[in-house]
Ligand binder design. Structure first.
Ligand code: GRF
Length: 208
């Protein structure tokens, strides 16, 4: 049984999709061990409590140095024997010590088709603003492994979503969540939990 740590900063709709997928069997062989947030006001923490899993607040602001926070985060994951770290709307840069310890065991959901509209500063609504101002007809979402870069790790799954003529960033964000993020993030977890994902450099292969 794969032990998941889900790291969140906001509303937690992706966290909810993971919890629902575990409950209805779309994810097998995995359970949420802990939900960690940097943000005390994150509704995702309430979702975790309602679901009955540990909700842990770990904010860089409560530590004297960033290094202390980094070590605390690493410790929290190791203490709980975490197998897979899932970044589900986590707005903190994952420290190098965590990336090193969990190589190819950290995944992130990004709301565009990487390598479009990603990288530093490209998060939340900014992603969709950029997609709309570039005039793309198709956007989507990507689940990828996390490496030391920003949105540069090996790509696991992608799902396209059509852009409509009168979309606002908010409307496009919602459509991408509903039609892509909430589907491919649980799917990627299920594939990993069942040993179907293999990484070779930047290339990921998935067993049929
Ligand atoms: C999602 O759009 C996700 O792709 C991005 O942050 C947002 C989080 O939303 N990384 P939620 O907290 O899961 O509702």
């Amino acid at each position: 049984m794969l032990k998941l740590a889900v790291l969140v900063s906001g509303g937690g709709t992706n966290l909810q999709a993971i919890m629902d997928s575990i409950d209805d069997g779309r994810i097998t062989n995995a359970k949420i061990q802990v939900v960690i947030s940097n943000n005390a006001g994150a509704y995702a923490l309430t979702r975790a409590e309602n679901y009955g899993v540990e909700a842990l607040l770990l904010s860089p602001k409560s530590f004297d140095t960033r290094e202390e926070f980094n070590q605390k985060l690493l410790e929290a994951l190791k203490e709980r024997d975490i197998d897979l770290v899932v970044l589900a709307g986590y707005l903190v840069v994952v420290p190098p010590c965590v990336i090193e310890e969990y190589e190819n065991r950290i995944i992130n959901i990004h709301p565009s088709l990487i390598p479009s509209f990603c990288g530093t500063g490209c998060y939340g609504l900014h992603v969709h603003e950029k997609a709309l101002s570039r005039g793309v007809r198709v956007s989507g979402a990507t689940v990828h492994f996390v490496d030391e870069g920003t949105d540069t790790g090996p790509i696991i799954l992608q799902k396209p979503v059509m852009v409509e003529q009168d979309d606002t960033p908010e409307v496009l964000q919602k459509r991408i969540m509903e039609q892509a993020e909430w589907i491919i993030l649980p799917k990627a977890i299920d594939l990993i939990a069942n040993g179907k994902v293999h990484v070779d450099g930047r290339k990921v292969t998935i067993d049929e």
